[in-house]
Write a protein that binds this ligand. Structure first.
Ligand SMILES: Cc1cc2nc3c(=O)[nH]c(=O)nc-3n(C[C@H](O)[C@H](O)[C@H](O)COP(=O)(O)OP(=O)(O)OC[C@H]3O[C@@H](n4cnc5c(N)ncnc54)[C@H](O)[C@@H]3O)c2cc1C
Length: 390
């Protein structure tokens, strides 16, 4: 069976890019699709050997320049990887995805030459990762004014407070901490980003418990108690930390849209096969019922439309022309359309839709994260409406 997503992507990207997508797709089928249920049932995070295999395939270094050990690719490559990997598991896809678009990206965008040379080669090889420390227990959408503080003491900075929801924390050597450094400055110029080793004195990490979404992805809470770092730990400029964070998130939102569409692509294929096999009422496959067809049609339309839109946004991003609201719009719409349709997809299949081995419930749960992660859809509408008010 040809996947619907493959039919569309073939016309949307160059032959080279489609060849690359096929390599990742085949890896994902062999190493994730066949194992994800076992990992889910045993409640394990992405296993180390899977991370090592993704590293060998170059997935952690896709858009990192070759001079820093990466593949020298672009954001389109990253998004194609997200589509291919999320078809089986968003949790696995987000591991290299966040390692690049939240971990390595701030370094690529704002790091000094010394910082890049010290960290990017290991990050590109997947040997270690960087976590993105923006969210806090008291600061989610309202992230510009962190409660985590960094105070200057001689040549050092002293950090206190707590970050949460830090993806990949379990595998991270460092976390980029967004900390309040100048509370009296104007909004947007009060915070600084600092690169903090996870094994520095006063850093306490634990995996967040009770998370029923992205179950194989590591999500950490990180507490800082008088943690000291040198002045050279500043990423970007002092008191320009919010700019570092916001610039990073633009590309990350395209990756979140890719996760949503990877899930939708899986659901569409699963449902069309099932609808033709499942017989009810006088030997008719349920695919003959118009209301079942409507669900398949709606999924197919949403997939083709949003893939074309996402690839358009990737092209603009790679040319340095993507506006913040454009990244926000494709993320909001892809996550909303895919998660709304997943409910219909499960209903269309009847009771089996709720079984873990059928696969839809995993995508249904994971799609929730695409609605709130990297800017919740509600909050992102504040950005999207701005050009309409001009
Ligand atoms: C699995 C997972 C992984 C994550 N990984 C990371 C990570 O690696 N690093 C990181 O820093 N963060 C991470 N996050 C955090 C994520 O970015 C936040 O959850 C998100 O920013 C929303 O913040 P919040 O959950 O505190 O919700 P809140 O900000 O408390 O929002 C609650 C509700 O209020 C609405 N709301 C808030 N502000 C507005 C507004 N202005 N207009 C309209 N409605 C509004 C929201 O849409 C939401 O419905 C992760 C989250 C999850 C679930």
């Amino acid at each position: 069976m040809t996947r619907r997503i493959d039919t569309y992507l073939r016309d949307l990207v160059s032959e080279d890019k489609f060849d690359f997508y096929e390599v990742v797709r085949d890896f994902s089928d062999a190493e994730v699709g066949s194992k994800i249920l076992e990992w889910e049932r045993s409640h394990t995070l992405v296993p180390d050997d899977c991370i090592a295999q993704m590293g060998e395939l170059g997935l952690f270094g896709l858009p990192i320049a070759e001079e820093y050990g990466g593949q020298g690719g672009d954001h389109t490559d990253l998004v194609l990887m997200g589509l291919a990997m999320a078809y089986h598991s968003q949790s696995v896809a987000i591991t290299p995805g966040a390692a690049i678009s939240l971990g390595a990206k701030p370094l690529q965008l704002c790091g000094s030459e010394e910082q890049k040379r010290e960290h990017l080669p290991d990050l590109a090889a997947g040997k270690r990762m960087f976590a993105f420390g923006l969210s806090e227990p008291g600061r989610g959408s309202d992230a510009a004014n962190p409660e985590v503080t960094a105070r200057k003491d001689g040549d050092e900075w002293v950090i206190n407070g707590e970050k949460c929801w830090a993806t990949n924390a379990a595998w991270s050597s460092h976390v980029v901490v967004h900390a309040m450094t100048a509370p009296d400055n104007p909004n947007g110029k009060r915070s600084t980003c600092l690169i903090v080793p996870m094994d520095a004195p006063g850093v306490h990490y634990q995996e967040m418990s009770g998370k029923k979404v992205w179950e194989q992805s590591s999500t950490g809470s990180i507490i800082f108690e008088d943690t000291r770092v040198p002045a050279s730990a500043i990423l970007g400029e002092e008191n320009e930390g919010f700019k570092v964070m916001v610039t990073t998130l633009n590309g990350g939102r395209l990756f979140i849209a890719a996760l949503a569409l990877g899930s939708l692509a899986f659901a569409l294929d699963k449902c069309r096969v099932y609808a033709n096999e499942r017989i009810q009422f006088q030997n008719k496959p349920i695919a003959r019922f118009q209301r079942v067809q409507d669900v398949l049609i709606d999924m197919d339309i949403a997939l083709e439309r949003n893939l074309a839109w996402l690839m358009h946004c990737c092209r603009l991003y790679d040319e340095g022309r993507l506006a913040r609201e454009q990244a926000a719009k494709v993320k909001v719409d892809s996550s909303r359309a895919a998660s709304d349709l997943l409910v219909m997809a499960m209903e269309m299949c009847g009771g089996v839709g709720g079984l873990d081995e059928f696969g839809l419930i995993r995508h249904h749960n994971d799609l929730f994260v695409t609605r709130v992660g990297e800017g919740s859809n509600f909050a992102l509408k504040d950005l999207i409406v701005r050009p309409l008010q001009a």
